[in-house]
Write a protein that binds this ligand. Structure first.
Ligand code: IPE
Ligand code: MG
Length: 222
């Protein structure tokens, strides 16, 4: 969900106003994904590198997360959405962490779309955590190194319960992955739009999905 800051700067507004408008865009995109039958929507909300931002912005982002979770609970329940989180959630400020856990619990039995918030997430941190748990199995004697496979690693990723993404949408025109789902994106179709995230709406999502359906996916075959 990139480009909130630029969206605000272009309008002479504070960055946090950009993030607030980004939260509104997330609501629209979530509802549209439900409507068109997406099984799992994962959004990159806060990376392990975003702690480098000024403390006021970090504080405001977690405040916004709490506000978003409280405000969107009825929408999540009405749309049968299950909220999940990936990342080092235990390192979040306590009130944000509690709000997240409470929303996950209250939506746990929903059977529709999974809305996965990547918070304090990075692909390399995820791989580090996965490899560490594999090492612990080896150390405990429950896994022989010669039996280790990539399927094994996959089962230790934060995303183990979902398939790899079909489509990655990157807003604000940046042509990079920025440490997002490094393992899982191996065969994902990439779609980059110059629009900043707060401007990305229902029609933009539908256009991205139309574009995806025109792709020929070969997964290394012919
Ligand atoms: C939102 O956009 C992403 C978050 C980390 C919340 P940015 O804050 O990265 O916006 P730009 O890149 O400065 O425009
Ligand atoms: Mg950015």
């Amino acid at each position: 969900m990139d480009g909130n800051g630029r969206w605000a700067a272009q309008r002479g507004l504070p960055r946090i106003t950009g993030h607030e408008n980004g939260a509104a865009a997330l609501r629209t995109v979530t509802e549209t994904c439900c409507e068109i039958g997406v099984g799992c929507l994962t959004v990159y909300a806060f990376s392990t590198e975003n702690w480098k931002r000024p403390p006021e912005e970090v504080h405001a982002l977690f405040g916004l997360l709490e506000h978003f979770l409280a405000a969107e609970l009825p929408t999540l329940l009405a749309n049968n959405i299950r909220l999940r989180a990936i990342g080092r959630i235990h390192e979040l400020p306590p009130t944000a962490r509690e709000a997240l856990h409470s929303t996950m619990e209250r939506t746990a039995s929903n059977t529709g779309m999974n809305l996965v918030l990547a918070i304090n997430y990075s692909g390399r941190a995820e791989l580090e955590d996965a490899v560490r748990s594999v090492c612990q199995e080896v150390a405990a004697g429950t896994l022989r190194p010669e039996d280790f496979t990539q399927d094994h690693l996959q089962r230790h990723l934060y995303t183990c319960e979902w398939p790899d993404p079909d489509l990655l949408i990157r807003t604000s025109g940046e042509m990079r992955l920025s440490n997002f789902l490094l393992w899982q994106l191996s065969y994902t179709e990439l779609y980059v739009t110059p629009k900043c995230w707060p401007d990305f709406g229902r029609e933009d999502l539908i256009e991205a999905v139309r574009d995806f359906h025109r792709r020929k996916r070969r997964f290394g075959g012919i």
